[in-house]
Structures are given as structure tokens and as C-alpha cells.
Design a protein around this ligand. Structure first.
Ligand code: HEB
Ligand code: CA
Length: 346
């Protein structure tokens, strides 16, 4: 019963919290919303903040004794880890985020996951992600080779996720986690197409990503020579080979399709998958639930639609059990999706 939960007054004189340890997060939140996400936007910096949660968290291996995970190593040992091929581009994100950690009383490990949860809340349609405080802090950099690449095979990717932590991830959980690519773009896969988004709505947390990756590819966005890129159905959108293959592989295709036009499932399963990533290498029971500090995202009510000129005819049906949902097509002529602009220097 929420009404009976004792709340403490925070020293800032404004906020209250269920646990006093959460009080310091309000100032961190307000600072990053203003100065990192340019006024609580779902912008490139917010997208990158989410990507960083994954690249810090996934760097843990059961085979290697479960050292690391969401421990801040990507920031604390950034000279080492941002030089890894899979972490390309994250050197800039880490450099932008470091001063925020320096001016608040928060560890790099907690900051990375907290910033990611706040970032997602800026995207209309997103679920409100939970945040737990109190991660173990890295004492060494993660080894290279633990972050999946877009040119990896499905089996390589599923094996890597299964090996992440003592419990690991099931095949379907990999699909759940990839909901993140609904608010995402690539800057370095093909430098000729910097900012090319993974679906036509990179500022909205919707199911378009799962729909659009199931369509027959037509054109490369950029030069078409990048490792890990395949043709996409919509001009301006970049499709990663890994997303393309996961949408079609018999181990993952039905789960992939099940997200199309199902925002409730998108919310529920992304919360599960992301929380697990954000806690890798840590013991949730020993941490403090500060989810109340994460803003409530704006809700949207949109139907998934085929992009203009496309329809069920372009679906490359992969799931053998269930037909693809019948959906409307957006009206008008084919459009070119604009790149996601990188932030002006903050
Ligand atoms: Fe991700 C992005 C890959 C998973 C989140 N990705 C990205 C990219 C790539 C990737 C390549 C681009 C980069 C540049 O910039 O160029 N991923 C990937 C892979 C995988 C993944 C291979 C496995 C399958 N992701 C993931 C997850 C997550 C993510 C799980 C979370 C959760 N990503 C992300 C984001 C992004 C990306 C958010 C975007 C960023 C920007 O926009 O900038
Ligand atoms: Ca989207």
C-alpha cells in the first residue's frame, strides 16, 4: 500500500524518497536532463546513453568466472575499452559523461545505468525503466571480444548472451533486449551514412523496428560496403546484418514477429531484459530500488504501419507458426528517413 510507505525528506528540501540513499539521484537526474539530454530529449546523446548501458553490462563471461558486467569499467578504463572495435564511437560518449560523474556523488557503474534509464524515459512510448543503486565498481578493464558485433552470426550472438553472467540470457531475451534498436542509429558502421536510424521512428519507442526489419531489403544506406550492414526496406534507414538474421532465424523469428504492433509486450519484456543487463555482475538483493527517480515517459497511441508504398506483400515471412499481422500502410509516396543529428557540443 503506497499510502503507508514511509518517505524521508531529502536534504535538497524539495524531494522525498522511500530510501534516503536515493536522494542524491534527483540532482543527477536534473543535471543530465538539462545538460546532457538538452532538455529531456530523446536525442542522439540519449540513444548513446542507452547503448553504453549495454556495452558496460554485457562485458562479463560465465566461462571466464563472471568478473565485470555493469561495473563502470567502460568509463573507468576507457582508454582500454573504447579502443575495442565493438565499442567504436563510445569514446565520445564516455568523454561527455565523465564530468557528470565527477560533479556528483555517484559511481561510474551506477551513473551509466542511471543515465540510460533516464535517457529512455525521454522517448515517447517508452516503458519506465527500473533503477537499482549500489553496483560493484570495476578494478580492471573488461577483456576484448565480449560485445557482439553486427557481422556476427546468430549462433555467435546467442552464445555470447547465454554466457553473460551465471544465469545468461535465453534466445528470446536477446530479442527482447533488441527493442532498444527502436530508438537507435549508427554513426560508425558506415561513416558515409552517419546517424542512419534502425527504423523510421528513431525518436519514438514503438514496434516499427520489428516490423521494418522483416521487410525485403532494397537499398543500402551509405556506400553499401560496410561490414555488418545489409539492405533496408526504407531509404535512409540502416539495417544491421545481425538484426536482419535474428528476424529470420528459426530460434528467434517468432519472438521477433510477436512484438509487431504489441506495445504492451514491448514495454514488459524490455523492462525485464534491460533490468537484467543493468544488473549484470551485481546482486539485486543487495541494492536499493531507486526507480522512483526515473521520470514517467510520455505515452503514445500509435498503430504499427507499413512505411509508405510498402505492405504485407514485402514481408519476408519467417515465423512458421503465426502469420504476420495485417496492418495499414502509411499514406503517400516513399519517404527518405532523415539521419539522427548529433548533438551540438555540450
Ligand atoms: Fe545495439 C547502436 C550492434 C544489441 C542499444 N548497435 C548499435 C550499432 C551497432 C549495434 C553496430 C551502431 C553503432 C554506431 O554508432 O555505428 N547492438 C548491436 C548488436 C547487438 C546489439 C550486434 C546484439 C545483437 N544494442 C543492443 C542492445 C542494446 C543496444 C541489447 C540495449 C539494450 N545499440 C543500442 C542503441 C544504439 C545501438 C541505443 C544507438 C546508439 C546511437 O544512436 O548513437
Ligand atoms: Ca522507433
Amino acid at each position: 500500500n503506497a499510502a503507508l510507505t514511509r518517505r524521508v525528506a531529502c536534504p535538497d528540501g524539495i524531494n522525498t524518497a522511500t530510501n534516503a540513499a536515493c536522494c542524491s539521484l534527483f540532482a543527477v537526474r536534473d543535471d543530465i536532463q538539462k545538460n546532457l539530454f538538452n532538455g529531456a530529449q530523446c536525442n542522439a546523446e540519449a540513444h548513446e546513453a542507452l547503448r553504453l548501458t549495454f556495452h558496460d553490462g554485457i562485458a562479463i563471461s560465465n566461462k571466464a568466472g563472471n568478473v565485470g558486467g555493469a561495473d563502470g569499467s567502460i568509463m573507468l578504463f576507457s582508454e582500454v575499452e573504447t579502443a575495442f572495435h565493438a565499442n567504436i564511437g563510445l569514446d565520445e560518449v564516455v568523454a561527455i559523461q565523465k564530468p557528470f560523474v565527477a560533479r556528483h556523488n555517484i559511481s561510474a557503474a551506477d551513473f551509466i545505468q542511471f543515465a540510460g534509464a533516464v535517457a529512455v524515459s525521454n522517448c515517447p512510448g517508452a516503458p519506465r525503466l527500473p533503477f537499482f543503486l549500489g553496483r560493484k565498481v570495476a578494478t580492471s578493464p573488461a577483456p576484448d571480444g565480449l560485445v557482439p558485433e553486427p557481422f556476427h552470426s546468430v549462433i555467435q550472438i546467442l552464445d555470447r548472451f547465454a554466457d553473460a553472467g551465471p544465469v545468461g540470457f535465453e534466445d528470446v531475451e536477446v530479442v527482447w533486449a533488441l527493442s532498444a534498436h527502436t530508438i537507435a542509429a549508427a554513426n560508425d558502421v558506415d561513416p558515409n551514412a552517419a546517424g542512419a536510424p534502425f527504423d523510421s521512428t528513431p525518436f519514438t519507442f514503438d514496434t516499427q523496428f520489428f516490423l521494418e526489419t522483416q521487410l525485403r531489403g532494397q537499398d543500402f544506406t551509405g556506400k553499401g560496403t560496410a561490414q555488418g550492414e545489409v539492405t533496408s526496406a526504407v531509404k535512409g534507414v540502416m539495417r544491421l546484418q545481425s538484426d536482419h538474421l535474428l528476424a529470420r532465424d528459426s530460434r528467434t523469428n517468432c519472438e521477433w514477429q510477436s512484438f509487431v504492433n504489441n506495445p504492451q509486450k514491448l514495454h514488459d519484456r524490455f523492462i525485464d531484459a534491460w533490468l537484467k543487463i543493468s544488473l549484470l555482475g551485481n546482486d539485486q538483493d543487495a541494492m536499493i530500488d531507486c526507480s522512483e527517480v526515473i521520470p514517467e515517459p510520455t505515452t503514445i497511441n500509435v498503430q504499427a504501419t507499413f512505411p509508405p508504398t510498402l505492405s504485407n506483400k514485402q514481408v519476408e515471412q519467417a515465423c512458421a507458426d503465426t502469420p504476420f499481422p495485417t496492418l495499414k500502410s502509411a499514406p503517400g509516396p516513399a519517404t527518405v528517413v532523415a539521419p539522427v543529428a548529433t548533438n551540438p557540443a555540450v
